[in-house]
Design a protein around this ligand. Structure first.
Ligand code: AGP
Length: 624
């Protein structure tokens, strides 16, 4: 996801060209050097472009930005700069180009803004700003132009104060954001946060603001986390924080992490950080796309007129975790869109006989967008004349250039090899696609769509409730960590979750784990069941819980311990461990999966495994 760094302090001696290194060991370098180094510290967040804006009394506002790496960004040497902001961009609206990089400025180049998050109503705002000159495809760029309007006013009677202008602008924004704004002739950095984190750093005669402490930890450990709705002004005289227009004090704390740990947000592993990011990443996935009242979605994708109405079959192609997301989605496409849907392991996919290419939609699910097996399947589908579509996390990835349309899951970069938050965002995005197709085909009534959209709307909060129960999962992992093998079972939507749960455990703990359709246990796998093979079951809505529990009982009568993810309010008394899943209907199995992610993580962690980089595995498998 995007990264922000802001710095304000005294003017420091500089040795000329800015290389991101301090002028000498005694001083932290020029403003440009400090901001540039801050961006380097934020590189781990994943990005595809970067930029800075510097302000000096004589030099005014200087902006430099480009696609590509922070190291390739040439930061201008501005000796009189007293403040600066920097940004690393993870593209969500508009490809990674120089023009789409942040900072973005107003028409006259007096105001510069960096932003993390999504402005959901940017298209409507952009229409209101039709007399302004826009130079990018981003949602962010409406912000400096709105500030410009507030500063100059309709008849030049604007309130020329940057802080007041930012406050009024943020009242007009819908969505999530962390904003830093600077202005020529103004010695402040004005910031605002709602939904995306911003943290202040208090240095000696200096102040910092960033998306996370990693950016400035080398300068100060005294930090203040802003809260949603806060607006703050950083000036040479210090920091003022406002909530609803009134000055407030926020607690300052001392960070004890080292930089490496800070990159993981204080978590020991990226995987656990990313499991815990799911409420936020799911909010980003869903932001601006749900029209619950209208019973529809806006995925910003389109199909040829009549294509969906004539659609004969959806065929999903994917690998690994993405394949399991596809299996979840195939059931939703059939249930919600009234169209036949199949899922193929990408490496095995062939278009096959008996199908009508121009009535077949092949959907590639791939978070990296670079998986060779999946790209191969897309190329075979294209060669057969089918329409192809991608669901991916990565703008500019190869798959996006080889399909007819793409929906981005917007989960933010995922560093751990084991897919966690991207699985949840893939299923959520595919669920929205199923609603969109169902509504377009007239197979899904608005009222039924509304029910699904309400479930999706409740997804982030439900996941947070599960994360709050992590202690219970850790205890179960400690109890069963040395088991001989682990079996995961479910029915209906519980099957893909059982398969994914088994994959998660095996790929990071190296233990034998296997997922089954619960009804299949008695057709063979039951022979493997012993008192040393715990069975983990998905017992929620959408997973035919009672029938699944009958199969679990078959295993229990052979001595196997049983752990169940159970819908809130339901009870299966013979379970050894019961994890409660909040009531979110069709996505309850997806929420149950978070318990299985945590279980896998803690079993592996108990064993001291290399969780973020498991042996033999790669994050993106670009070979067939
Ligand atoms: C899952 O934890 C693994 N990282 C792996 O199975 C992965 O899902 C698979 O390689 C597909 O990757 P993709 O989504 O980038 O195509």
């Amino acid at each position: 996801m995007c990264g922000i760094i802001g710095y304000i302090g005294e003017i420091h001696a500089t040795d000329g060209g800015v290389t991101g290194e301090a002028a000498d060991d005694d001083t932290p370098g020029s403003v440009g050097e400090i901001v540039h180094r801050g961006l380097k510290n934020l590189e781990y967040r994943g990005y595809d472009s970067a930029g800075v804006a510097l302000v000096g009394a004589a030099s005014g506002l200087t902006v430099a930005k480009r696609s590509g790496e922070v190291g390739a960004l040439s930061v201008p040497d501005v000796p009189d700069a007293t403040l600066g902001v920097g940004h690393t961009r993870w593209s969500t609206h508009g490809p990674p180009t120089d023009a789409n990089a942040h900072p973005h400025t107003d028409c006259v180049g007096d105001v510069a803004v960096v932003h993390n998050g999504i402005v959901e109503n940017y298209e409507a705002l952009k229409r209101e700003l039709s007399d302004h000159e826009f130079t990018s495809e981003t949602d962010t760029e409406v912000i400096p132009h709105l500030i410009e309007e507030e500063l100059t006013g309709v008849d030049g009677d604007g309130d020329a104060d940057l802080l007041a202008a930012v406050r009024r602008v943020e009242d007009r924004l819908e969505g999530s954001y962390a904003i830093c704004a600077v202005r020529e002739g103004d010695d402040r950095i004005v910031v605002a946060r709602r939904g995306s984190p911003l943290v202040l750093g208090r240095g000696e005669d200096a102040a910092f603001v960033a998306s996370d402490v990693t950016a400035f930890l080398e300068h100060t450990r005294d930090v203040t986390y802003l809260e949603d709705g806060d607006v703050a002004a950083l000036s040479p005289d210090g920091v003022e924080i406002f909530a609803s227009g009134e000055p407030v004090e926020r607690e300052t704390e001392t960070v004890t992490w080292e930089a490496d740990a800070a990159e993981k947000g204080g978590y020991e592993h990226y995987m656990r950080k990313e499991i815990h990011e799911q409420p936020e990443s799911l909010r980003q996935t869903l932001a601006g796309r749900l029209d619950v009242d209208g019973g529809d979605v806006d995925l910003d994708v389109s199909f040829p007129p009549g294509f969906l109405a004539d659609l004969e079959e959806i065929r999903i192609v994917a690998c690994g975790t993405s394949y399991y997301a596809g299996r979840y989605a195939a059931q939703l496409f059939e249930e919600l869109a009234g169209v036949r849907a199949t899922v193929e392991i990408a490496s095995e996919y062939e278009f096959g006989a008996g199908r009508t290419p121009d009535r077949t939609l092949v959907v590639a699910v791939t978070q990296s967008g670079e998986t060779a097996d999946t790209l191969g399947a897309v190329r075979r589908a294209n060669a057969a004349g089918a329409r192809t579509f991608a669901v991916t996390n990565t703008l500019g990835s190869t798959v996006t250039r080889e399909v007819d349309g793409t929906a981005f899951i917007r989960a933010g970069p995922e560093i751990g090899v084991a897919a966690t938050k991207t699985f949840a965002s893939q299923v959520a995005t595919l669920a929205m696609l199923a609603v969109a197709v169902g509504r377009d085909r007239g197979a899904l009534a608005a009222a039924d769509a509304r029910s699904v959209l309400e479930d999706l709307q409740g997804l982030p909060g439900a996941v947070q409730q599960v994360l709050d129960e992590e202690k219970q999962v850790r205890e179960a992992a400690r109890e069963y960590r040395d088991s001989e093998a682990f079996f995961f079972v479910g029915r209906a939507l519980g099957v893909p979750v059982a398969l994914e749960g088994a994959l998660k455990l095996k790929e990071i703990s190296y233990d034998h784990a296997e997922g089954f359709a619960a009804g299949e246990l008695k057709h063979g796998p039951l022979a493997l069941v012993t008192p040393d093979t715990p069975v983990l079951a998905v017992l929620t809505d959408g997973a035919r819980a009672d029938e699944t529990m009958n199969n679990v009982t078959e295993a229990q009568t052979r001595g196997a311990p049983a752990l169940g993810c159970v819908s809130a309010g339901e009870e299966f008394g013979t379970l050894d461990v019961s994890f409660e899943v909040p009531d979110v209907g069709v996505v309850e199995p997806l929420v149950a999966n978070v318990y299985l992610q945590l279980f896998a993580y803690h079993v592996a962690n108990e064993k001291g495994r290399s969780i973020d980089k498991p042996r033999n595995l790669a994050k993106s498998v670009t070979v067939e």
